[in-house]
Design a binder for this molecule. Structure first.
Ligand SMILES: Cc1cc2nc3c(=O)[nH]c(=O)nc-3n(C[C@H](O)[C@H](O)[C@H](O)COP(=O)(O)O)c2cc1C
Length: 199
């Protein structure tokens, strides 16, 4: 990424940064990102999720739609994502409207997960009060019995969300806090405008 002459299209730069994070960030989960949502009354919240898909349409993660984040995403339709690859001195921010990925896409990703994780998706009432560890384990065992000898289908409340690429920011660590920042905004016609920002 040339911060003085940024390319017209930021999507290939994101893809390159993701690839380099897998190759040399040294992190066990270089696809971990912070997901920020906001409640209908304007209260923000943030948590980590894993990036599971990326292209010009947006950044995809999977979750239980009945969780706190799921409720906020469905209510407001907006999210912000943040990656920080410390060892590489890089930060990437993505903001945009949120949509539900197709059932076919969610099914395909769900089918790729190990059986235990698929059972866990059924067992967890994500973000609701849980009495004890044994209540959680017993809910998991119930699902093991329910699906014994069968394929574990995707729960209807478990699916992917895609955050559209509307506003992106690339940040690179610089000496003496003289960092490089470039922001991209996508206009209604799909074209990108790009600007350098003061650190
Ligand atoms: C490294 C890491 C990766 C995670 N990935 C996911 C994920 O992809 N999807 C998810 O629903 N929760 C994931 N979690 C758990 C969330 O951070 C969070 O605890 C959970 O989704 C409930 O959030 P909520 O109550 O705000 O909805 C991950 C946590 C960590 C630490």
């Amino acid at each position: 990424m040339d911060f003085d002459h940024p390319p017209l299209d930021p999507v290939p730069v994101c893809e390159q940064w993701f690839a380099e994070a897998w190759e040399r960030s040294g992190l066990p989960n270089p696809n971990a990102m912070m997901l920020a949502t906001v409640s209908p009354s304007g209260a923000p919240s943030a948590r980590t999720v894993l990036l599971k898909g990326f292209d010009a349409r947006g950044a995809v993660f999977y979750t239980n739609s009945e969780s706190r984040k799921g409720g906020e995403l469905l209510a407001t339709g907006r999210a912000a994502l943040l990656f920080h690859w410390d060892a590489m001195g890089r930060q990437l921010r993505i903001e945009g409207a949120v949509s539900r990925v197709s059932d076919e896409e969610s099914d395909a990703y769900f089918a790729s997960r190990r059986r235990e994780s698929r059972l866990g998706a059924w067992a967890s009432q994500q973000s609701r009060p849980c009495g004890s560890r044994s209540e959680l384990e017993s809910a998991y065992r119930d699902q093991e019995v329910r699906f014994e000898g069968e394929d574990v289908s995707r729960p209807p409340h478990w699916f992917g969300f895609r955050v559209a690429l509307e506003h992106l920011e690339f940040w690179r660590d610089g000496d003496a806090r003289l960092h490089d920042r470039v922001v991209y905004d996508r206009g209604d016609n799909g074209d990108w405008s790009v600007q350098r920002l003061w650190p």
